[in-house]
Design a protein around this ligand. Sequence first.
Ligand SMILES: [Zn+2]
Length: 296
Amino acid sequence: MKISCHVIRDLLPLYAEDMASQDTRDLVEEHIVYCENCKKQLEEMRTVEAPPVDTDIAPLRNIQQTLRRKKLQTILFSVMVTLVLAVVTIAYLTTPAYIPYNEDAVSIIEKDDGTVLLNFSEEVAGYNVTEYPKEDDSGSVYDITTWETIWDQNISQSNLENTVLNPNGETVDAIYYYNTDGSEDTLIYGDSVTDGSVVTLPRLVLSYYLLFAIAFSLICGIGWILFRKNEKIRSGLEKVILLPISYVLAHFLIKGLHPSTYLAGRDVYLILLVAISLYFALLAGRNILKKSLKSA
Ligand SMILES: [Zn+2]
C-alpha cells in the first residue's frame, strides 16, 4: 500500500515526539526512505528546539538564589568573626603594660652637638613621647613613658634602638617621665618647668565616643519602637543601629571597662577596626537569622 505524503505529514509530529505506535513508526520509516520531502520535514521538526517541558522553574531559581545568598552571608559572617577575634587577640597581646619610672627603663644620653638620645632597656617594648613648647618659647618640654607587652615578653622581643629626641635641634629644656597610675611625673632631665608637681592625665576622648555611640543606639532603639509596624523603616533602623552597637561592643572588646587612654590613636584605630568587622558580621548574622525564620 502506498501511503500519501499527506498521511505521513499527519503522523510526523507523533513520530518526532516518540509517541507513535510501532506500526506507525514502520510506516513513516518506510516512507522516508524514498520520499525526500517528508524526510526533510521530519528533520526540521527534530531540529526545532523542544519547548521547555516545565516553564514553572522560577521558584527553583529563587531557592537556588536564596541558597547562594545564604552561603555568601555565612562566608561573610565567618570571615568577619575571624577578623574580630584576630584583631582582639593582637590588641590584647600588644596592650601596653606601663612601666613605672625606674632608672633602668630609660636613660638619657646627651651628646656634644646638643642632640639628646633616649636609651631603652630590654624590657621596654614601646614608648610614647609628647613634645610641647615651654611657656616662654625658649625650648621644648617632653613627656615620655614606656611599656612592656605580653607579645614582647613571650613571642617576639623588639629591640628598641636609641631614639633621638630632638632631631631638628630643638632645645631640650626638660624631660618628664609620666606614670599612668596617677602619681606625679618624674623629672628625668633638665630643670623643672613648674614650681609644683605635674601629673599627666589620660585622654578622655574615648569616653565621648562611647557616650555618643550609646546615645545614638538609644535614639535608633526608640525609632525602632515607634516605627516597628513600618517594615521598611524598621529594617533600615535595624541596619543603622548595628553601627553604634558594634562600636560599643568593640570598645569593650579592646578597652574592657576603661574609657580613658594614654594612647588614643592606637585605641581608636583598633576599636574602629573591630567595630567595622563586627558590623558586617552582625549584618550577615541578622540576614541569616531572618532567612531561617522566614523559611521555618
Ligand atoms: Zn512523502
